[in-house]
Design a protein around this ligand. Sequence first.
Ligand SMILES: [Zn+2]
Length: 242
Amino acid sequence: MPSGRTHDSITLWSLPLLAGLTFASTQSSSLTLCVSGSYLFSGLMFGPDLDVYSHQYKRWGLLRWIWLPYRRSLRHRSFWSHGPIAGTIVRVAYLLIWVVLFSSGGIVVGAVVVQLAGKTNDWFVLAQQWWSHSLMVLGQLPLQHPTETIAIALGLELGALSHSLSDWLVSTYRRAMNRRVKKVSPSIKQILPPNLASPSENTAAQHPPFLGRSSPPPQPQVRREAQLPPFGGKGRGERSEK
Ligand SMILES: [Zn+2]
């Protein structure tokens, strides 16, 4: 799978194209902002890799702990985190639960403060009024701004899709390469003389154990992942998200 930096680069390099296409088709700067903003948010910190310790997870800073139950209950790259549409719906619903919990906490604290200030006799009734009013406003927002809601949903889904698609492409490519290597290796064995055809049997004879005097055994080759150039110059080497 691509590393977190590669995912970030894909999001940032494809953003101008998405913004240009959105503006060309809608002629609306506010809709372009909705699509681009939610695409960026989805690609950088609201994407499928919230199901693992990743860049997306770390970018939530002090609030990152809210994603712990999500991380622990979903297998990495499961359908519910990386699946098209389902992944975004689950994340939006999950985040909404936290928004409701935080809002309820704020409402209760606010109502108690109002009672302590002597402005109401029953903080519980006041909290109930605020709560039902907030819920009504939250429920009406998509109905009052349907186009913007669709634009935001589209941006969130496209950001997640670009991630899942690049995960899938890289995995498919690596599987195909591994299959090719496995196919090629038996035919090489037939061509090579017996002492070279099975290196595991002859390694000890050809390379005596490294005791500090002789040369060290050859290092295995590390396959490097093809990457887009990092967006905005050099970054520090970071752990890849698998
Ligand atoms: Zn992923």
